[in-house]
Design a binder for this molecule. Sequence first.
Ligand SMILES: Cc1ncc(COP(=O)(O)O)c(C=O)c1O
Length: 411
Amino acid sequence: MPRAALSHRDCPKEHALSRKHRPETDIVHLGRRPQDQGGAVNPPVYHASTILFPTLDALEAAQKPSADPHRVTYGRRGTPTSFVLSDAIAALEGAAGCVLTPSGLSAVGVALLGLLSAGDHLLMVDTAYGPTRTICNGILKRLGIETTYYDPLAGAGIAGLIRPNTRVIFLESPGSLTFEVQDVPAIVAAAKAADRGIVTVIDNTWASPHFFKPILLGVDVSVQAATKYIVGHSDALLGTIAANAATFPKVAKAAGDLGIWTGPDDMYLAQRGLRTLAVRLDRHQETGLALARYLQARPEVRRVLHPALPDDPGHALWRRDFTGASGLFGAVLHPVPREKLAAFLDGLEFFGMGWSWGGYESLCVPQHPEGVRTARPWTEEGPLLRFHAGLEAIEDLIADLDAGFARMAAA
Ligand SMILES: Cc1ncc(COP(=O)(O)O)c(C=O)c1O
């Protein structure tokens, strides 16, 4: 099997953060302070709630505002373990700061609660992660916040959906399950042109800040399920909310007021996973593209949904704005009876069936956007499979799929 042509270095352009190092080098070094921890390469895991102060002066000083972002006053307000991770993610995203949350979904919820109030209007992309919709249709609705779902391909046309009370435009690109690429700069421009302080928020989980830096394109807040590629090993759950200087205080206050905090072991695992993000993503990308091309050539497959494929409808935007593709993509099969689909899926040796993604292992899960989408209904008749390309050898993965298609034919 030839190696996929595209690698991170071949990609359209490097985003220029105001640093002098290559992104791979930053991923290894950002946030680390070995000199502060006896020279140890990795940060100690601080299990801490109470922080003791030696004097009344020190205790009272800790209750006053401080410009020191690394001040430790109470376990829930930051420890040397959390600072390593939040500093590194903030720098990678090009953000003023980063809040850590216990899951990707809680990062979405905290960001929205920090930015919206009763009577506000939210524009939510129709291809958002499913449980993000649940937040909008449940808690936000109950609090008197109205959501309009918009077509992920709206681009500059989103201007026509902005109301006098629109406060947040939420993006996710590529979209969950169906991988439509949004015109992020056009939507940011429309939000700014409205000139009423509309905040743009994006779920940046698919690309991670290694392959996409939305804040550098003018987005205000970039949310990630670090559970996926940052943690990278299918064990810890964690979310990050990175924001520009104008918006960071609002999301940080919401997280603080709600008492949102994350266990130190999971923070440790996330900063540990982060250090290998660049090499893992290169391999996820390469294997994902090879699998996508293999699937495109299979007669059972109607179409493959992968923005890095040159014939994908989102390819031009992806090439313009992203520096790489992760290993998550979709494939629509020609309609088949359920028992044939089960014969394909049930015997797969290396592709696991289960939720989440971004770990070292390959996954293949049927997905059902039909009946969920409202602005851009999903009308494909055949099954939609979501593939995650893991770190296994491509030859073994393809042999696994070959055997699956043979079982499908025989069933
Ligand atoms: C795009 C996206 N955002 C957010 C989440 C939520 O992440 P978590 O499972 O850490 O809550 C997921 C989970 O699959 C996701 O795919």
